[in-house]
Design a protein around this ligand. Structure first.
Ligand code: XLS
Ligand code: NI
Ligand code: NI
Length: 443
């Protein structure tokens, strides 16, 4: 049975295509520097936004019209798997990602919940045998159920810590069973509302204990995949411990976890933290910690995680710049942690949204690659820091000098000459590359 009858397999038709159900820029087979776009972009569909969510928001009910809306319980869960694999195939995406509660309903006991998981995981496994789609990552949802009211691994209640451990244990087994490429931890409720009632040190120590136990258990069951922390500064909790990459990195270093963890960086979480997407990617990259990406975008006029499909070409270009400079995403991917707007309630909107996001990242990839190839920014940056390649600058970077010598050097300086940073010139150049790549003038 087909769930998306009006949509056929989406093919690349080129920039002049008027077909709404075609890629204009994403050509999975097209090679860029010896690698195909499919290999470089590693797109992934987020199960929760595309199959589980119904378009409800804090002020209103669900609006999404979906062919599985009449079903409930395990029947609903099964229909969603069928629909999911149809969409994966039609979009030709190589990956998907899910939370445990997205794929199967929670039972009235943990045992029942696990049994429901087993049914659906078994079904997904069957589908994966004949499909090329792979699991980019899975995770345990430890924020929706009321038991997580005070957090999961950082809860003030040890029973909740134990329950959360059981959830992650199961999710790691599922990761192993389905051959996941990564495992994600997003600490939506790992933080605090007020310091007045919070033992911050104990909570953070416990979070680290939890991660160490997860590392140990993965080892025990032979699950050898990167663990990814997904930083977010707030929402739903007022202050979350994995605030941003820099905060998360300090945490991992303090608790001796850097060997096992990298970061899953989400664009909208970056902006909520007061950073750009590319800032977070850069911070992870220069520390060797860039694991994967939740590809979406926020809205500068709204102060929450709007999880929009990433259609901003400029941001995607700068993001792909960091990703290419990282040598790609390795086992990570570009996971569309993005939802169609509440007003885009038709099932076909799911396709329009993914097509728009995939095309926009394909453009970003092409432009970024050109910028790198032509050394547009690298050349400038190299020149800008050239004072460190000889003389006193070289002594500084080689650790061959000290305050006394530097003072002596400074005392004999007559004048200090700086050079312009050329911000506007560089922004203009990036625009030029974007437009020329889009129009085909620069290939
Ligand atoms: C929520 C997060 C969440 C994670 C996975 O803001 O982005 O969806 O990606 O738990
Ligand atoms: Ni996310
Ligand atoms: Ni998010």
């Amino acid at each position: 049975m087909a769930y998306f009858e009006t949509v056929n397999t989406i093919k690349y038709e080129g920039a002049s295509s008027q077909n709404p159900f075609a890629f204009k820029y994403y050509n999975p087979e097209e090679k860029i520097n010896g690698k195909t776009m499919e290999e470089l972009l590693r797109f992934s569909v987020a199960y929760w936004h595309t199959f589980t969510a119904d378009g409800s928001d804090p002020f209103g009910a669900g609006t999404a019209i979906r062919p599985w809306n009449h079903l409930s319980g395990l029947d609903l869960a099964k229909a969603r798997v069928e629909a999911a694999f149809e969409l994966f195939e039609k979009l030709n995406v190589p990956f998907f990602a899910f939370h445990d509660v997205d794929i199967a309903p929670e039972g009235s006991t943990l045992k029942e919940t696990n049994e429901n998981q087993d049914v659906i995981v078994g079904m997904i496994k069957e589908y994966m045998k004949t499909s090329k789609v792979k699991l980019l990552w899975n995770t345990a949802n430890m924020f929706t159920n009321q038991r997580y009211v005070h957090g999961a691994a950082t809860s003030s209640n040890a029973d909740v810590f134990a329950y959360s451990a059981a959830k992650v244990k199961k999710a790691l087994e599922v990761a192993k069973d389905l051959g996941a490429e990564n495992y994600v931890f997003w600490g939506g409720r790992e933080g605090y509302e007020t310091l007045l009632n919070t033992d911050m040190k104990l909570e953070q120590d416990n979070l680290a204990r939890f991660f160490h136990m997860a590392v140990d258990y993965a080892k025990e069951i032979g699950l050898n995949v990167p663990f990814l922390i997904e930083p977010k500064p707030k929402e739903p909790t007022k202050h979350q411990y994995d605030f941003d990459v820099a905060t998360g990195l300090a945490f991992l270093q303090k608790y001796d976890l850097t060997d096992h963890f990298k970061f899953n960086i989400e664009a909208n979480h970056a902006t909520l933290a007061g950073h750009t997407f590319e800032h977070e990617l850069r911070t992870a990259r220069i520390n060797g910690m860039l694991g994967s990406v939740d590809a979406n975008q926020g809205d500068t006029l709204l102060g929450w995680d709007t999880d929009e499909f990433p259609t901003d070409l400029y941001t995607n270009t700068l993001a792909m710049y960091e990703i290419l400079k990282n040598g790609g995403l390795g086992k990570g991917g570009l996971n569309f942690d993005a939802k169609v707007r509440r007003g885009s309630f038709d099932a076909e909107d799911l396709f329009h949204a993914h097509i728009a996001g995939m095309d926009a990242f394909a453009i970003g990839l092409k432009v970024a690659n050109k910028l790198i190839e032509d050394k547009v920014l690298d050349g400038f940056v190299e020149e800008r820091y050239s004072s460190y390649t000889s003389g006193i600058g070289l002594d500084i970077v080689e650790g061959k000098t000290n305050f006394r010598e530097l003072e002596a050097y400074a005392l004999q300086l007559n004048e200090i000459k700086n050079q312009s940073g050329r911000t506007e010139r560089l922004k203009g150049l990036v625009n030029q590359y974007l437009l020329e790549t889009l129009s085909g003038a620069r290939v």
